[in-house]
Design a protein around this ligand. Structure first.
Ligand code: F0G
Length: 361
């Protein structure tokens, strides 16, 4: 049987703009630039629940299964569609890697140019490969993300390029759909939402999404919001900007988050917290997810689970908790190989007995 594309597409997920059209700032004059992002799995994580105890239920939101491998696609589809609607021909962003990969892909789809500013030497290989493959102009600066963001904000104010960092409000509008999906999947909001914090846009977007759904009667409550920064970049947790942020989780190596006040408002209004986790705790959660749950996320994403484990004493009995896994593990193969604590058996002769011997038979 031959199926036409419109027929196939009408049955498939159409991307988050079309699915959540009534909840987003779009109209018939908005060209929808989409890679059919969104609709990512919410997966039960019994090994994490067991580590917490207290008969709680833990789910992980696999946002690394978006088209470019991170949650950034949710915000990018809306920001790029709105930029196109306004006639922009070029996009610009600062990035620790994922935003640049996403901006580059959506620019390609929307027939626009992309300029991406990156902290030289601190972007995971997979993310770099994505930006270059999609044809972005990649500019590596001798500085960190915070410095790159300050530069792109000035450039966008001065030159005809649309800024697609999360200071662009359309980014957060798109990213809030992840909260909608969680409520749609569970039937109501969870008790806790655990999420990594870098520039603090995503925690702010989730809070907007949960609040929006609650205000429109789609849920009866909102979750307590628990954000986790890396200890060497924990500006919000420490309540002071960090001039030289550091962490193995390069995606959240940010010392002066742009959405700082939105994030603390989400924390305070929800009765949650923004804490920090060490690199060792991040890497332990990264390995636990891979080895006990079969989920390969990137190190920054594992901060949500590391934080939950750190806060286990505060978890209410019987709670339902969602941890957001923001990016795909394949983005950062170097960190995986370095910290997996598993050896490859190399140089083995190509015969059955040698292989069986390695296997312990
Ligand atoms: N997780 C991953 C995988 C990220 O790439 C980021 C941010 C975050 C979490 C934190 O989200 O900034 O909204 O608090 N990455 C940005 C980038 C900064 O340039 O790709 P946030």
């Amino acid at each position: 049987m031959t199926l036409s594309l419109p027929r196939l597409q009408s049955q498939a997920w159409p991307g988050l703009i079309r699915h959540y059209w009534d909840y987003l700032p779009v109209s018939d004059s908005t060209p929808t630039i989409t890679l059919n992002e969104g609709n990512t799995p919410l997966v039960s994580a019994p090994a994490i629940a067991e580590a917490i105890g207290k008969s709680c239920q833990v789910f992980v939101k696999l946002d690394g299964l978006n088209p470019t491998g991170s949650f950034k696609d949710r915000g990018m589809t809306v920001a790029v569609s709105k930029a196109k609607e306004k006639g922009a021909e070029a996009l610009i962003c600062a990035s620790t890697g994922n935003t640049s990969a996403s901006a580059a892909a959506y620019a390609a789809k929307g027939k626009m140019r992309a300029y991406v500013l990156l902290p030289d030497g601190y972007v995971a290989k997979g993310k770099m490969a994505q930006a270059l493959m999609h044809g972005a102009e990649a500019i590596a600066i001798r500085g960190n993300f915070d410095e790159a963001l300050a530069i792109v904000c000035e450039i966008a104010a001065k030159y005809p390029v649309a800024l697609v960092n999360s200071v662009n409000p359309y980014r957060l509008c798109g990213q809030k759909t992840a909260a909608f999906e969680i409520v749609d999947a569970l039937g109501d909001a969870p008790d806790w939402l655990c999420i990594p914090v870098g520039n603090a846009g995503n925690i702010s977007a989730y809070w907007m999404g949960f609040s929006h759904y609650r205000n429109t009667g789609k849920s009866s409550r909102s979750p307590q919001m628990f954000g986790f920064e890396a200890e060497g970049s924990a500006a919000i947790a420490l309540n002071r900007a960090i001039a030289n942020p550091s962490t193995v989780a390069t995606a959240i190596r940010i010392g002066n988050p742009a959405s700082w006040h939105k994030a603390t408002a989400a924390r305070d209004l929800s009765g949650g917290d923004i804490g920090s986790v060490t690199d060792a705790e991040i890497l332990a959660a990264y390995r636990l997810l891979a080895r006990e749950e079969g989920i390969f996320c990137e190190p920054a994403s594992a901060a949500s689970v590391a934080g939950l484990l750190k806060y286990r004493d505060r978890v209410p009995t019987g709670a339902t908790i969602v941890c957001v896994l923001t990016g795909n593990g394949l983005k950062d193969p170097d960190t995986a190989v370095k910290h997996c604590e598993t050896d490859i058996h190399s140089g083995i002769p190509a015969n059955l007995s040698a292989v069986a011997k390695v296997m312990g038979f």
